[in-house]
Design a protein around this ligand. Structure first.
Ligand SMILES: *Cc1c(COP(=O)(O)O)cnc(C)c1O
Ligand SMILES: [Zn+2]
Length: 403
């Protein structure tokens, strides 16, 4: 079936319920909460079913009706989405989770799932006539928004910690973004961008300060549902920094359920963090509704080094409502898991993706994941984006050597 148009109808505040027009530029709600896109799901019930997406392009735009872009001409795309869902038989056996799957975002443009958020976010920015945007980043988001910004002809300003993966610097610089480094954390970069936004009138594309990035990331949830032929898995583990991905997957699955395309309980969503930066895990353990700034955060999984997330309350709600949990793993566990997945499965994942495999193993040992559970690991990026994470030593041969 050919896609009809977007069914987006309004922006809604998940905290106070205020609504805003989809046709205007908005950032946060007046109450300070992120805004979420609401779709006309009643109309979707009449127009969408399990077969609607069949035969459409193998990219995230196949879910056209559930995306916010109004006019097809504003779509900025590099062919992102519809990444593979790979069974992990050997790793599954090894970890006692026989039905273990890897949703691998490593093959997407820019090598991380941040391309999904950027494709939809930049498309909407273009649609709304935005000429200049800015964001703080731990690297991957900045790279993706620079790449898509270049394609859209939008000026992009990026501020990142100097410790962010170097390759992301190059991506920003190569695509012509205005790039600045800070000797500090993403939270420090965020303050600088916030002041720049006020001074120069840039559009603030920070995590969850604009409502459309999450709509792009949401498509991971739509794809997981479709790739399992609309029979939802039991558990999805997600490496959580700003939390956009996990909130997006939750939103996507709730939308599908409301439309009637999926049934039954939603998968238990697991927010995985590093022990060196685990504000959401702490809040979860203490039964809090929001997290507290995590001091002196540090981890090899750079993409999830976010000491305080604007959408933390939504992540905690997603966990609570789906019967999920939050789990922290050490850098040691992350590196061991990275090596194990690469050797057992040929899956060279990013450290953030390795963290979820480590967490799955730990949760299985604790019995939280049961043997018969169908479990999805969401690998958010390619291992090759982090050339310095692994310290390998390789023997040299003389030119005339024999093996
Ligand atoms: C940004 C990022 C994350 C965290 O994503 P959020 O949706 O902000 O929680 C995880 N992994 C990688 C590789 C990232 O770049
Ligand atoms: Zn509000």
């Amino acid at each position: 079936m050919a896609a009809t148009g977007s069914l987006a109808e309004a922006l809604v505040c998940p905290r106070c319920g205020e609504t805003y027009s989809i046709g205007e530029v908005h950032q946060l709600c007046e109450c300070g909460s992120p805004l979420l896109v609401r779709y006309d799901l009643e109309k979707a019930k009449d127009t969408l079913n399990r077969n609607s997406f069949h035969g459409r392009g193998a990219n995230l735009w196949r879910y056209r009706e559930l995306l916010p872009v109004q006019d097809d001409r504003n779509i900025v795309t590099l062919g992102e989405g519809y990444t593979p869902l790979l069974p992990l038989e050997r790793a599954g056996k090894k970890s006692g989770i026989p039905h273990l799957y890897l949703k691998d975002e490593g093959i997407i443009p820019t090598g991380t799932f941040k391309a999904r958020g950027a494709a939809v976010g930049v498309s909407r920015a273009k649609e709304l006539g935005i000429r200049r945007l800015a964001m703080p980043t731990n690297g991957n988001a900045g790279a993706a928004w620079s790449v898509y910004g270049a394609r859209a002809g939008i000026e992009v300003t990026i501020v990142m910690p100097e410790d962010a993966p170097k390759i992301t610097r190059n991506e920003c610089a190569a695509t012509g973004a205005k790039l600045y480094l800070v000797r500090g954390l993403i939270s420090d970069c965020g303050k600088i961008v916030g002041a720049g936004v006020k001074a120069h009138g840039w559009f603030d594309a920070s995590t969850l300060k604009e409502p459309y990035r999450i709509e792009g990331k949401k498509t991971m949830g739509l794809e997981i549902a479709e790739q399992f032929r609309w029979q939802l898995p039991d558990v999805i583990l997600y490496p959580t920094g700003g939390g956009v991905g996990i909130i997006g997957i939750w939103k996507a699955l709730k939308e599908l359920k409301e439309i009637g395309i999926v049934e039954g309980p939603l998968p238990r969503l697991v927010a995985v963090q590093a022990e060196g930066c685990a504000p959401i895990v702490r809040a979860y353990q203490e039964g809090k509704k929001e997290s507290v700034f995590f001091e002196n955060s540090k981890t090899v999984a750079f993409g999830i080094n976010v000491p305080k997330a604007l959408g933390d309350f939504l992540v905690l709600q997603a966990i609570a409502e789906t019967g999920g949990c939050a789990k922290a793993v050490s850098d040691e566990q992350i590196l061991a898991a990275l090596g194990e997945l690469a050797r057992e499965e040929g899956a060279f994942v990013c450290p953030e993706g390795a963290a979820i495999y480590a967490a799955a193993k730990a949760l299985r040992e604790e019995g939280w994941i049961r043997e018969q559970d169908k479990v999805v690991l969401l690998n958010t990026g390619a291992g090759i984006k982090y050339p310095d994470t692994l310290n390998v030593s390789v023997p040299y041969l003389e030119k005339d050597a024999a093996l």
